[in-house]
Design a binder for this molecule. Structure first.
Ligand code: ADP
Ligand code: MG
Length: 699
C-alpha cells in the first residue's frame, strides 16, 4: 500500500497552509508579520486566530487545548482545558478566545524556580509563541508557549532562547549592513539536533528498578560481547527496530517534524534519528516532541526507548549533536565558506566571531551541557572530552593561517576520488576530513556541538552559543563602525587576523581523546571542567553575568535561579539513584546472593552427608568468595545510606552537589564493582532482574 507522505506530512499542524485557508486575508497577514518580525498582535487578531485554530482542531476531533511549555525540569509541561462553554439550558458550545490563546495562568509554585518566587506567590504565566506552530496530539490542541513568573522572570527554556536569537539577529544584521548588505533585515539561528537513543524490550525494562527510576542501570556485569566487533554501527535494521522506526517517522511527519535520517549507532541496541534543520526555536520544540513520541511509539511496539546519556556501562553513551548555523532572511548561510573562503570576508568575520565566542565562553559552553547524566559521557573515551576546543579541518586552518600572516592563499583544486574500480561513478573528494573526537567541529557549512547529552533540551547550548557570538559581533561592530565604508573590507580582514591571533589556542585538529591533549590544553590555559559541580561556579562568574545581562538574555536573578536549579537537579538525580541502589541491594540483590550462597553451602553439606570423603573444595571456594563479596556489599550499602542522610542535611547547594559527586556517586561506582563481580558468579535463575546480555541483545 503506498502512502501519500506529502499529504500526511504536517497534517496535525496548524501550519501556513491551514492558516491561509482558515484566516481572513488581513488576519493572516498580521499573523505572518508577528511570526516573522515579532511585532505585537492585537487582541481582535488573536480572537480571529483562536477561532480558526479551534475550528480546525475540532474538525480533527479535538476536544481540549493546552498551553505547552518547557519549564526547568528539562521536559515539557501541559494543562488541558476543554473547549466547552455552557450556554444555558444544559447545553454547551465549543469556544476558544484570543485571550485563552495568548495567555495562560498555570500555578507556577510547583515548578523549579531556584528561589525566584516564594511559594505564596504562586502565579505564573504562559504566553503564546506564534513563531512555533500549534499542533494536535491526543485530541488536544497544543499551543507552544513561553513560561514566566508573576514578576516577569523567565521560568523556562524557551524565553531565553528567543531572547538570544533576537540578540544575534540584531548584531549580525548590523555587521552585514556595515559590510554593505543593506538588503538583509534579520538572521535566524538554524539548528539540527541528531538524537541518539537505545531500544530495549519493554518487559525487561520494567523488571529493572534502576532503569525505571533513574533511566540507567546502576550496576550489571558486562555481557560477553559488547561493541568490539564494530558490527552495529550502520548495521542492518532488525525487523522490530525497522517497524518501530517507520512508525516513529510517520508520527513525527504528521506533527511536521522533518525526521530524515535513521541508523544503528555504535553500541548494541543504540540508534540515531536526525531531522532536517529548522529555526532554532522550532528545532528545540520539535526535539522535545521527538523524545516524547520516541517513548510513546516504543511502548506500542513492546519496547522501551532509553534517552539517558549513559544507560549501560562499558559501551557508548548517547549524545545529541547540535548542528548550528546562521542564515540571513535573504537565504544566505553565513557559515558557508563558498568556493574561495580566503576572499569571503563575510564568512571569515562570522567564523572569527564563533571562534572568539567559543574561546571567551568555553566555560559557559561546558555549563550549558552539564547534567548528572551527561557527566558520565564527557571525558569518557567514547564522547567528546570535557575540554572545549574547535576543530576546523586542514583547509580552513590553512586559510586562517594565511589570513593571519597576511599572505595569499590558493584554494586546493578539488580532487577526484579514485576507488580503483572503474564501474564506480567518479565523485569529488572533500577538502577536509572529519574529526569525531572534537567537541565543536566545523562540518562544511555549520558547526556541530557534540557535547550535549541525549536527554538535554538543546535550548541551553543554543542560548550560550547565540549570546557569545552576539558579543563577538558587537565588538566587531564597534570597531568597524569607526572605519569609513571604503576601508571597511580591509579593516575587516585586519579584525579577522587579530581575532585569530588572540584566540587560536581554542583550535585543535588532533585527537581529543588522548592524555597528551589534556596536558596540551592545560598548557594553553583551556578549561577542563570535569563534573557539573566543577563547572557550575562559572555560571555565576562576573564575566558571564556581564555577558548575559548586557545582551538581555538573563537578569542576574534569573542566572542565580538557574544556577540553583541546575545544582539541585544534579543532587536530586544522584539522590534518587542512591536510594534506588540501596533498595535494589537490600531487597533484591543481597537476598539473591545470600540465597545462592546458602544453596551452594547446602549442596556441599549434602554431598558430604552422602559421601564423607568427597571433595567440596569448589563449593567451599565459592561460598568464601560470595561471602566476602556480600559482606563488602552490605557494608558499602550501609555507608551509602549514612552518606545519603548526611547529604540531605547539607545546606549550601554547591556543597551539596559536591558531596553528592564525591561521597555518593563515587561510592556507588565503587560499590558497583563488587556487585558486578558477584553478579558474574550467580546463575541467572537466582537474579531478580535481567542482566546486560539480555537487555542489550533481545530486540
Ligand atoms: P553530517 O553528516 O555532517 O552529520 P548532515 O548533513 O547529515 O551532516 O547533517 C546533520 C544534521 O545537521 C542534520 O540534522 C542537518 O539537518 C543539520 N544541518 C545541516 N545544515 C544545517 C544548517 N545550516 N544549520 C543547522 N543544521 C544543519
Ligand atoms: Mg553528524
Amino acid at each position: 500500500m503506498s502512502q501519500n507522505i506529502p499529504e500526511l506530512y504536517g497534517s496535525l499542524v496548524f501550519n501556513d497552509k491551514v492558516m491561509k485557508n482558515k484566516l481572513p486575508k488581513d488576519v493572516y497577514k498580521a499573523l505572518r508579520k508577528t511570526m516573522q518580525n515579532g511585532t505585537h498582535l492585537e487582541l481582535d487578531i488573536a480572537n480571529s486566530v483562536a477561532t480558526a485554530m479551534k475550528e480546525w482542531a475540532v474538525e480533527h476531533g479535538a476536544t481540549h487545548f493546552t498551553h505547552w511549555f518547557q519549564p526547568m525540569t528539562g521536559i515539557t509541561a501541559e494543562k488541558h482545558d476543554s473547549f466547552i462553554s455552557p450556554v444555558g439550558n444544559g447545553e454547551v458550545i465549543m469556544n476558544f478566545s484570543g485571550k485563552e490563546l495568548v495567555k495562560g495562568e498555570p500555578d507556577a509554585s510547583s515548578f523549579p524556580s531556584g528561589g525566584l518566587r516564594a511559594t505564596f506567590e504562586a502565579r505564573g504565566y504562559t504566553a503564546w509563541d506564534p513563531s512555533s506552530p500549534a499542533f494536535l496530539k491526543d485530541k488536544t490542541l497544543y499551543i507552544p508557549t513561553a513560561f514566566c513568573s508573576y514578576t516577569g522572570e523567565a521560568l523556562d527554556k524557551k524565553t531565553p532562547l528567543l531572547r538570544s536569537m533576537e540578540a544575534l539577529s540584531k548584531e549580525a544584521t548590523k555587521l552585514l549592513h556595515l559590510m554593505g548588505h543593506e538588503d538583509v533585515h534579520g538572521v535566524t539561528t538554524t539548528v539540527g539536533p541528531e538524537q541518539e537513543y537505545f531500544l530495549i524490550d519493554k518487559a525487561l525494562y520494567r523488571a529493572r528498578k534502576d532503569l525505571v527510576f533513574c533511566g540507567r542501570t546502576l550496576f550489571g556485569a558486562a555481557a560477553p560481547k559488547g561493541q568490539e566487533m564494530e558490527d552495529h554501527y550502520f548495521g542492518v535494521l532488525k525487523p522490530r527496530v525497522s517497524a518501530y522506526m517507520h512508525d516513529l517517522d510517520e508520527e513525527l511527519w504528521k506533527l511536521g517534524v522533518p525526521a530524515k535520517t535513521k541508523h544503528n549507532e555504535v553500541a548494541p541496541s543504540q540508534h540515531e534519528l536526525a531531522p532536517v534543520f529548522d529555526t532554532a526555536n522550532v528545532a528545540v520544540d520539535h526535539n522535545q516532541l521527538t523524545m516524547e513520541i520516541m517513548k510513546k511509539v516504543a511502548d506500542k511496539h513492546g519496547l522501551a526507548c532509553l534517552i539517558h546519556e549513559k544507560p549501560f556501562e562499558g559501551i557508548n553513551g548517547s549524545g545529541k549533536h547540535n548542528n548550528w548555523s546562521i542564515s540571513t532572511d535573504t537565504g544566505v548561510n553565513l557559515l558557508d565558506p563558498g568556493k574561495q573562503p580566503s576572499e569571503n570576508i563575510d564568512f571569515l568575520l562570522f567564523l572569527a566571531a564563533v571562534i572568539k565566542a567559543v574561546d571567551d565562553y568555553a566555560d559557559m559552553m561546558r555549563v550549558s551541557v552539564a547534567s548528572a547524566g551527561n557527566d558520565h559521557r564527557l571525558g569518557a573515551n567514547e564522547a567528546p572530552p570535557a575540554i572545549v576546543s574547535i576543530f576546523l579541518g586542514d583547509e580552513l586552518t590553512n586559510v586562517l593561517k594565511a589570513v593571519e600572516k597576511g599572505v595569499s592563499f590558493h584554494e586546493p583544486e578539488a580532487i577526484q576520488m579514485e576507488t580503483g574500480a572503474h564501474v564506480i561513478p567518479h565523485f569529488m573528494k572533500d577538502n577536509t576530513d572529519r574529526n569525531r573526537t572534537s567537541p565543536f567541529a566545523f562540518t562544511g557549512n555549520k558547526f556541530e556541538f557534540r557535547m550535549p547529552g541525549s536527554a538535554l533540551s538543546v535550548a541551553g547550548p543554543n542560548v550560550v552559543l547565540n549570546t557569545a557570538v552576539s558579543e563577538s559581533l558587537q565588538q566587531f561592530n564597534e570597531v568597524l563602525e569607526g572605519v569609513p565604508a571604503a576601508e571597511r573590507r580591509e579593516a575587516a580582514f585586519g579584525l579577522v587576523r587579530e581575532t585569530i591571533k588572540a584566540h587560536k589556542r581554542i583550535i585543535f585538529n588532533g585527537n581529543g581523546y588522548t592524555d597528551e591533549w589534556v596536558e596540551e590544553a592545560t598548557k594553553r590555559g583551556l578549561y577542563n571542567l570535569k563534573s557539573l559541580p566543577d563547572a557550575l561556579p562559572q555560571f555565576i562568574a562576573e564575566k558571564n553575568i556581564t555577558l548575559f545581562t548586557k545582551h538581555h538574555i538573563f537578569t542576574k536573578e534569573e542566572i542565580f535561579s538557574r544556577y540553583d536549579i541546575l545544582l539541585e537537579n544534579y543532587s536530586k538525580a544522584i539522590h534518587v539513584e542512591a536510594k534506588t541502589m540501596i533498595e535494589m541491594m537490600e531487597k533484591d540483590f543481597l537476598p539473591a546472593l545470600i540465597s545462592y550462597t546458602k544453596d551452594v553451602a547446602a549442596a556441599a553439606c549434602q554431598k558430604k552427608a552422602l559421601l564423607p570423603s568427597v571433595s567440596t573444595s569448589t563449593e567451599s571456594a565459592l561460598v568464601e568468595k560470595l561471602t566476602k563479596l556480600s559482606d563488602t556489599i552490605y557494608q558499602m550499602t550501609e555507608t551509602l545510606k549514612a552518606n545519603t542522610a548526611t547529604a540531605e542535611s547539607t545546606a549550601d547547594v554547591l556543597d551539596t552537589a559536591k558531596y553528592y559527586h564525591t561521597e555518593i556517586l563515587e561510592k556507588m561506582n565503587e560499590l558497583r564493582t563488587f556487585v558486578d563481580a558477584a553478579e558474574a558468579l550467580i546463575p541467572d535463575s537466582y537474579l531478580p532482574y535481567p542482566t546486560y546480555d539480555k537487555l542489550l541483545f533481545s530486540v
